[in-house]
Design a protein around this ligand. Sequence first.
Ligand code: ZN
Length: 158
Amino acid sequence: MFRIGHGYDVHKLVEGRKLILGGVDIPHTVGLLGHSDADVLVHAVMDAMLGALALGDIGHLFPDTDDKFKGADSLVLMAEVVRVCRENGYTIGNIDATVIAQAPKLAPHIITMRENIVRVCGCDISQISVKATTEEKLGFTGEKLGIAAHAVALMTKI
Ligand code: ZN
């Protein structure tokens, strides 16, 4: 009836890249490095959904050696993950995600991130939780070297 999954992702912060989180283009001095748009939040959420159904991870589904996924909009990839989950008989029960970033302030963008995920997943806003925290200037997120995201997904049988 229910399946639970966990996702974790990290991307490095570099100059000359956009900062895309939950499909929101956030004005900042640095952005996340990656083969796709490097949307670390959406990547963690996708891995949680795939993990719940023991379907591997996004690296397996969308290899970074494939030019097709270069600069890809992660929300488009997420639509494919949702489709694969449905094909396997499961839909989203709820998702809870945490973005770990020292800067910039993410609170003003959280609602738009949730709305973007809701639009792609075809569920209700009450099913998608996104939170943001810092690690009190400790470690690689605290030193602003990168941004990390954790997510858990509860998938329910259709
Ligand atoms: Zn990633």
